[in-house]
Design a protein around this ligand. Structure first.
Ligand code: ATP
Length: 262
């Protein structure tokens, strides 16, 4: 079963006479339920724009995004936010906000009319901060943190939203390899323990191959290949996506492909 899918989705910026070119072009994507999907592709190929479409931040020029068989365009924002959390590429925290306050924002879709949370909300927030290793930063203002610390705080916010579907746009871009693996292990554990469906953009092809159950390659607004990493990540694909010659080896411990630029 696929809870999140797109049908011939077309997205472009601007409207009417001010409309730009199609950035996402005829994308029909079925996100495999309960799996980790990794989206790869060159800068500017439309990955973040696709995420914006999946979460209704952008209205389709044509085509549809379906969540549990309903068009997300006609679903209340709060209902979508209870099911799908998005960690955007460059999120900004309000000035002066502490880490704990920011992570707590993840509970917003679940709160009642008065906007007050209960002990269960406190528990979810504490757990999200604990698994991402930011609990000792709780009282620090977010703007004083390093890029890598901040990235873990934003993941904590997305986890605190407690959704069945998690969209992560380059969640490791500021992280050293140790913290990158740690964060992706947190995501993988969430997937394994709760069956959370994950879709994430990763530029590092080694990490993409290592963590993807399903790999999706985009080029110029279209999906050009998808499937198991070992089938999708070929030298031909690397050439097509990035315009460079590569050799593809096999990681002896996992059997996953390792792409090396020549
Ligand atoms: N707000 C905007 N207004 C107009 N054009 C935009 C806007 N945001 C992105 N674009 C354009 O849409 C295209 C796709 O951008 P997008 O951010 O989706 O790419 P991406 O694959 O996520 O790239 P990256 O890997 O660099 O993050 C690019 O040509 C970009 O210039």
């Amino acid at each position: 079963m696929t809870r999140l899918r797109t049908e011939e989705l077309v997205l472009r910026y601007g409207s009417g006479r001010g409309a730009g070119p199609d950035v996402v072009r005829d994308v029909s994507l079925e996100v495999p339920d309960g799996q980790v999907t990794v989206l790869i592709g060159a800068n500017g190929c439309g990955k973040s724009t696709l995420f914006a479409g999946l979460t209704r931040l952008m209205t389709p020029a044509s085509g549809r995004v379906l969540l549990d068989d309903a068009d997300v365009a006609s679903e209340p924002t709060r209902d979508v936010a209870k099911k799908v959390a998005l960690l955007p590429q460059n999120p900004l925290a309000p000035e002066g906000m502490s880490v704990a306050e920011l992570v707590r924002q993840g509970r917003t879709p679940h709160l009642g009319l008065l906007g007050r949370g209960g002990p269960e909300d406190d528990e979810v927030v504490a757990e999200a901060m604990r698994v991402t290793g930011v609990d000792d930063l709780a009282e620090r203002p977010v703007e004083e943190l390093s890029g890598g610390q901040r990235q873990r705080v934003w993941l904590a916010l997305a986890l605190a939203q407690d959704t069945d579907i998690l969209l992560l746009d380059e969640p490791t871009s500021f992280l050293d390899i140790g913290h990158a693996v740690e964060l992706l292990d947190v995501v993988r554990r969430r997937n394994a323990e709760r069956g959370t469906t994950v879709v994430m953009v990763l530029h590092d092809l080694f990490l993409a191959a290592r963590y993807a159950d399903h790999l999706v390659a985009m080029s110029d607004g279209k999906i050009v290949a998808q499937g198991a990493a070992a089938e999708v990540l070929t030298a031909e694909l690397a050439k097509r996506l990035y315009g460079i010659e590569c050799v593809v080896l096999e990681d002896p411990s996992t059997g996953r492909p390792v792409v090396l630029p020549r």
